[in-house]
Write a new protein. Structure first.
Length: 285
């Protein structure tokens, strides 16, 4: 399988290949990523192969979604390993645009997503979701897939993209894929490789705290005291600062007092120098 993933650095040949696949009746599935691939990304590729004939994985560390003090320059980049993993996973094509290809001189358009981008990561990362919405729109317009897959790991991102695609009548179906976790509950993330041994031992507490909160919310508990308790538990475990710990409606992302319908508990917290995010579903009994 190792020679099967076609590699594209330029848009024109990628488009020709995709057009040929589409003309042959293949359903095209796009998986946008920033590389440093792990099993969570590969689960998206496996899902793409299960629901379509052609899985195209984009790898692009998008500068416009990083803030000035964030980790853009040190974000892990390992293209050769990524390509080997994609070949093993049976991806049909890797789309590797350069920053110049995505943002040539004169590039001047940005998409401003609506309420789904407010609060949570939208507050602590100003401009982040505008960068995400713009790059994802470009990737979808470049590849013109039938379906694009996004992980629930980045739950607010998934809802922002759903709203952009709906509002702009984009001819693509957006599908969310459940979060893949390590055996101890830690959500797989490219940033986990920043964690030292001590931090790695603490990191699973993030999911454990969310899971306990979700269980109590599902049984009718009020959100506010659980949020206070959860924040204290995270700080006691060694996290800090906790940027947010919130309970939101799963569809609208509006704040929730008590979970009367499906909700999500979402968190962003630093562990040493590493910022981790996670979320879990609340399904009322
Ligand atoms: P990233 O490379 O971090 O931009 O992620 C690319 C895609 O993979 C996004 O749609 C993420 O939500 C998704 N993803 C990242 N980690 C996981 C995971 N642990 N499980 C499922 N999907 C994930």
């Amino acid at each position: 399988m190792s020679d099967k993933t076609l590699r594209f650095d330029r848009l024109e040949p990628l488009r020709e290949q995709v057009d040929a696949w589409r003309a042959g009746g293949d359903r095209i599935v796009l998986v946008p990523t920033m590389g440093a691939l792990h099993s969570g990304h590969l689960a998206l590729v496996a899902h793409a192969k299960a629901i379509g004939q052609r899985a195209i994985v984009s790898i692009f560390v998008n500068p416009t979604q990083f803030g000035p003090n964030e980790d853009f320059s040190r974000y892990p980049r390992d293209t050769e390993t990524d390509l080997a993993l994609l070949a093993q996973a049976g991806a049909d094509a890797a789309w590797l645009p350069s920053v110049e290809t995505m943002y040539p001189t004169g590039f001047s358009t940005r998409i401003e997503p609506g309420p789904a981008a407010e609060g949570l990561c939208g507050t602590v990362r100003p401009g982040h979701f505008s960068g995400v919405a713009t790059v994802v729109t470009k990737l979808i317009n470049q590849v013109r897939p039938d379906i694009a897959l996004f992980g629930e790991k980045d739950f607010q991102q998934l809802q922002v993209i759903r709203s952009v695609v709906r509002d702009l009548d984009m001819a693509v179906t957006i599908e969310g894929v459940p979060t893949l976790r390590e055996a101890d509950g830690l959500a797989l993330s490219s940033r986990n490789r920043y964690l030292g041994a001590r931090e790695r031992a603490i990191a699973p507490r993030l999911h454990a705290v969310l899971a306990e909160m979700a269980e109590r919310l599902a049984r009718g508990a009020e959100a506010a005291p659980l949020i206070a308790e959860g924040t204290t538990a995270l700080e006691a475990a060694g996290f800090g600062p906790v940027q947010y710990l919130e309970v939101r409606d799963a569809q609208t992302l509006a704040p929730v007092v008590r979970a009367e319908r499906e909700a999500r508990v979402l968190v962003a917290a630093y562990l040493g120098a590493t910022r981790l995010i996670d979320n879990v579903a609340v399904v009322p009994a």
